[in-house]
Design a protein around this ligand. Structure first.
Ligand code: DON
Length: 295
């Protein structure tokens, strides 16, 4: 494959993320039979950031079911991941669970009835369960870096709180949110964690049903329509798979029935999605014929 020089720009609004090597690139694919195909820095842990929102959404749906949709919508926003504009006219209800406001509302649901430490433990346990890997941890330096600089998220959370959309103290909810965004995983681990979404809700890693088939289908639908923010249309057009990006440069993509795919390249495009990661996924899906829309 042709070497690409344009790698996008590494996120710097979370200072700790700016220290990551922009030249890193890794990819891991796990097919339906559990075969692992990997390349580059596929075993290097990186900050999963917004990819964690797929797993917090799954947990929150498990806790409160469809009641979740009273607090968060299911429509693409067409706005950047950290935008506040729609919250005023839509009375504090975020458009979807993947923009920051929506993910903060989802985290608030997980936190209810628990101490922040317990809620975070629950999220981490879920990641370890999905991957069957107890070594997954939170990068405390990244979490602290975002705690110090997360003024925009603080604004979003306070704004939602003023509409009664958050139940818990804003600082508690944000603390859990910043920490789950700071979970560090490799492409290999992420691909393993996503397998339940590729296989009707059942995790072949552990043999357990994680969610019912229709819930897996719906999470995939949200990833397709909202997983890349205002870049979701472009991602669907070029890659044609449900996917979720993070500003750490990772993308988890799901080829239903076929494979769970994780890619990592820290340079981002204007929407905050991995630039090379998207190109790599586009190339892979084209060659494999994996787009959900056909060849
Ligand atoms: O809240 C934030 O801004 C980050 N913790 C996560 C944002 C993110 O990953 C956006 N994705 N591309």
């Amino acid at each position: 494959m042709k070497r690409r020089d344009d790698r996008g720009v590494v996120a710097s609004y979370i200072p700790e993320l700016a220290r990551v090597d922009p030249g890193a690139f890794g990819m891991a694919v796990i097919d339906a039979d559990g075969n692992l195909f990997e390349g580059g820095d596929s075993d290097t842990a990186f900050s999963i950031q917004s990819i964690s929102k797929v797993f917090t959404l799954t947990l929150a749906l498990g806790m409160v079911g469809d009641m979740l949709w009273r607090r968060v919508g299911r429509e693409p926003s067409g706005t950047p991941f950290n935008s506040i504009v729609q919250l005023e006219s839509e009375r504090g209800i975020p458009r979807n669970p993947f923009i920051n406001a929506g993910a903060i509302a989802v985290t608030d649901v997980i936190l209810s009835g628990h101490k922040p430490r317990e809620a975070l433990g629950e999220i981490l346990r879920f990641m370890r369960f999905l991957t069957d890997d107890p070594t997954i941890v939170i990068d405390e330096a990244v979490a602290a870096s975002e705690q110090r600089t997360g003024f925009r998220n603080r604004a979003l959370a306070n704004y939602m709180k003023s509409f009664g959309v958050l139940d818990n103290p804003v600082d508690y909810t944000l603390g859990v949110y910043f920490h789950h965004c700071a979970i560090a995983m490799s492409c290999r681990q992420l691909a393993a964690a996503g397998r339940f979404l590729a296989h009707l809700g059942r995790s072949p890693v552990t043999g357990h049903a994680v969610v019912r088939p229709e819930r897996a289908r719906r999470i995939n639908a949200l990833m397709l329509t909202c997983g890349h923010y205002d870049g979701s249309g472009e991602f669907a057009y070029r890659v044609g798979l449900p996917g979720k990006s993070g500003v750490g440069g990772g993308i988890l993509a799901i080829a239903p029935g076929k494979a769970s795919i994780a890619v990592w390249s820290p340079g981002l495009d204007v929407s905050g999605n991995s630039h090379l990661g998207r190109i790599a996924l586009e190339t892979l899906t084209r060659r494999m014929g994996w787009s959900i829309f056909g060849a």
